[in-house]
Design a protein around this ligand. Sequence first.
Ligand SMILES: *Cc1c(COP(=O)(O)O)cnc(C)c1O
Length: 416
Amino acid sequence: MHLFEYKNGEIYCEGVRLARIAAEVGTPVYVYSAGTLAHHFNAFDSPFSGVPHITCYSVKSNSNVSVIRLFAGLGSGVDIVSGGELFRALKAGVDPQKIVFSGVGKQRPEMDAALAAGILMFNVESHDELVALDAAARAAGKRARISLRVNPDVDPATHPYLATGLKKSKFGIPIAKAFDGYLHAKTLPGIEIAGIDCHIGSQVTSVEPFVDAIRKVLVFTRRLSDAAIALQYFDIGGGLGITYDEEKPPHPVEYAGEVIRELADSGFKIIFEPGRVIVGNAGVLVTRALYPKENEAKRFVVVDAAMNDLIRPSLYGAFHAIKPVVPRDGAQAMVDVVGPVCESGDFLAQDRLMPPVERGDLLAVMSAGAYGFSMASNYNSRPRPAEVLVEGDTYRVIRERETLEDLVRGETPPQV
Ligand SMILES: *Cc1c(COP(=O)(O)O)cnc(C)c1O
């Protein structure tokens, strides 16, 4: 479900015309629907209402403070992967007791900040990180609550860049090694063992890989309890996929049913780290057509958004539906939708059948709420787009469009 629909021949976000936002805020612009964000959060979270759990929204999927705050207001925690995301989460008012900190390369200042904030737990991904965290916690006079992130070696059947739980992955600790990791953790005075964690990948469109991972990790937790290592939390990560094109991911209710069946009797408090499934279809990138052009081989529509604004097509070959905000009548044609960036890999769509698009027309790049703005860059010295949050009949700019001065902020002025 999402609230971007045609009414009276043009696309609205909830009660606001996308064309109005484009006229008033400019393009390219990210537009998020508050109603859809809330609906998706609740759709994910409420099926688990009968079991002890915390939904920890994955901040990296959409890191705008207003978006994080919206979820915090619905009771969400967060999964963070950097000190920067911790900073954002605290600004957004997230309860530190609902923050989990993942990532393979946590640095001492990040650990110190998270310890000072009193976060729920660190998902530790290596032996050396455990030792470093122990030292940080002791220096702070605290104990760091931890899970070890284990690598269950399951294939999530997703894009190779999005698979994180395979043997060859940089993420997590192989289950075969994790036992020694827990024994070691038990001896460290700055460490308190709290749980176990895994995250198998992203844009996973069937429930089996999650079930496989849970079963493998559960077998392992029994070994731990036999060794008198008691765990409170079972963090199964994020990764549930969405429909960009024709994918048929399980509905959150189906996912929840399977997870609850596997874990209900385990006594664990379950932690989820969903990102894409909540924000992905709650946002669009609105862009304006600059120049239609064609050569011997192809037709192009050059638009004012580019790979620096939305890198998923370039990086993963990802599909995003692109819809004219005010469709024109006429024959469809096969086009590439491309940006102004000086890279042949700069495209938003390739070989896409589209109704006629003329100079000045607005296009909505759909399903851009996740890994859109949060992966944006300033490549080609392009200021990053504005972000807008729509609520009913009103909207709010939740991030100003960057200015040219923003581009050079922090650079040393040339000496003349
Ligand atoms: C990226 C990530 C997530 C969120 O993944 P989605 O596919 O957006 O749900 C959750 N946990 C960890 C550790 C991650 O790296």
